[in-house]
Design a protein around this ligand. Structure first.
Ligand code: NAD
Length: 484
């Protein structure tokens, strides 16, 4: 079985503007999580392929790409965004079969990728330095310059969105990129390379080397030719990336997931909150760094919110990605084992509702019915661990103080939401919540590519998305000219 909408070679690396076989000659199987069947082969890139990709990026950095005026870089990015838009349906079908996410959710990712390219296309020639008042006889100003070669290691849960926010911003600043997509899902990363070539991106400005994390990923993270690393994934791997970067003394951006809370006060508009409370837990089968896996609810409305969420859960249907129902399979048998391990260890008396599995699910698919737990203790693993599956824990709280303590009581701090009609309370909570993004009476704000994103604590550091990312993907040079 193959994916009909793929129009580029899947089993090769994209290096220096050309499709090339991995030097080791080996490939890896790509599994469709909905069926467990192989749908493609990808290159098993290794250290030598990463060396070639970094050399190509260095050539682009020192050549046409490095010298290209910012507005022309923007034009190429705009063309890439246009092609992504035109191919959004094809890209969505590829992603749905590669990641297992329902088709409509995969289409949202394709449109987000287009938006990232549009946003960074427009921003490319608007990153400016400053002039600084200084001593008499001096003129001082700053320049924002690209790092040079940037490395990008992305996970399997949102390949298109994460490539857009990371590679899109890096290219806009004039960096030359080496991208190592996740071995579980890298078909749209390769599509992105094909689109870049079609849009006229100079050879070497974007290089894609698929492969295993401990091989291609580790080689990229430790490569002395890389001047900045961007990583999204697990805390354990993030620590390895940061250690490798420390060895080479290069900056890193780490986005490592979370245990994000939505806090519902007793004056909240519960009907407005309900879809956000549930969707933020089950989107992409809960395999989302910013999933709202904790729902904190004030006592007076606790029973009501439990009942509302449980009713919604019972109506959710889990089905193959191309059936486009509420929830698809998990990415892999391994991820399913991890999630089922948490479910087995949880107190069965706390379960409030499970979603339904569709009839006749393919046997090899990695399906888990979303599970909603109530009355969860803030110290319970369900309320502390990033499960990365469709599992939500409802935790009751008494008052504002209690809510802040519980919300801030994990090692993570990615995003948080507060639901209340009390404006003063909204502002107090915004200030006290430890998180990189805080939402008031919504969750996720539609994902806006314009909105800087990143965490505190074990959720990581550095910011991607929005204009802020352009600062991260650049270095500031101060020029002091003495002229008397
Ligand atoms: P991971 O962090 O190991 O993988 C993410 C990326 O890192 C992949 O591209 C992988 O190939 C690469 N990688 C793995 N080992 C590497 C190494 N030694 N050096 C360099 N790169 C390496 O994540 P995983 O094993 O796929 O998933 C495990 C857990 O991580 C999940 O259960 C979830 O909790 C978390 N996770 C978080 C996110 C997120 O968006 N923050 C995404 C994926 C996974």
């Amino acid at each position: 079985m193959t994916i009909d909408t793929v129009w580029y070679p899947t089993d090769q690396c994209f290096i220096n503007g050309a499709w090339v076989a991995p030097l080791g000659g080996e490939t890896l199987a790509v599994e469709n999580p909905s069926t467990g069947l192989e749908i493609a082969r990808i290159a098993r890139g290794q250290g030598a392929d990463i060396d070639a990709a970094v050399a190509a990026a260095e050539g682009a950095r020192d050549g046409d790409w490095g010298r290209m005026p910012a507005f022309q870089r923007g034009r190429i990015l705009a063309r890439m965004g246009q092609i992504v838009l035109e191919r959004a349906d094809d890209l969505a079908r590829i992603e749905a079969q590669d990641v297992g996410k329902p088709l409509a959710q995969a289409r949202v990712d394709a449109l987000a990728l287009a938006r990232y390219m549009e946003f960074y296309a427009g921003a490319a020639d608007k990153v400016m330095g400053e002039t600084i008042p200084y001593l008499d006889g001096y003129t001082v100003y700053t320049l924002r310059e690209p790092h040079g070669v940037t490395g990008h290691i992305v996970p399997w849960n949102y390949p298109m969105q994460i490539i857009g926010r990371s590679v899109g911003a890096a290219l806009a600043m004039g960096n030359a990129c080496v991208l190592k997509p996740a071995e579980e899902a890298c078909l749209t990363a390769l599509a992105f390379a094909a689109i870049a070539a079609e849009a006229g991106l100079p050879a070497g400005a974007l290089n894609v080397v698929p492969g295993l994390g401990e091989e291609a990923g580790a080689a990229l993270a430790s490569h002395p030719g890389v001047q900045h690393m961007s990583f999204t994934g697990s805390v354990a791997t993030g620590a390895l990336i940061q250690a490798a970067a420390a060895h080479n003394i290069v900056p890193v951006t780490l986005e490592l997931g979370g245990k994000s809370p939505q806090i519902v006060f007793d004056d909240a508009d519960l009907d407005a909150a309900l879809p956000f409370l549930v969707n933020a837990g089950i989107q992409n089968a809960g395999q989302t760094c910013s999933a709202a896996s904790r729902i904190l609810v004030q006592r007076r409305v606790y029973d009501r919110v439990c009942e509302m969420m449980a009713t919604r859960y019972r109506g959710l249907v889990v089905a193959p990605a191309l059936d486009d129902r509420d929830v698809g399979p998990l990415i892999s048998a391994r991820q399913k084992d991890i999630v089922e391990g948490f479910l087995k260890a949880a107190d069965p008396a706390r379960i409030l509702a499970r979603a339904q599995l569709a009839d006749d699910l393919p046997e090899g698919g990695h399906y888990v019915a979303p599970a909603l737990y109530g009355g969860v203790d803030p110290d319970d693993p369900l309320a502390q661990a990033e499960i990365f599956g469709p599992v939500q824990a409802i935790i009751p709280f008494e008052d504002e103080e209690d809510a802040v303590r519980i919300a801030n009581g994990t090692q993570y701090g990615l995003v948080a939401a507060v639901w209340t009609r009390d404006g003063a309370r909204q502002m107090r909570l915004v200030k006290r919540l430890r998180a990189g993004q805080v939402f008031v009476n919504n969750y996720g704000a539609g994902g806006g590519v314009e909105l800087p994103f990143g965490g505190v604590g074990k959720s990581g550091h550095g910011r991607e998305k929005g204009f802020e990312a352009l600062y991260g993907f650049s270095v500031l040079k101060t020029v002091a000219a003495r002229h008397g």
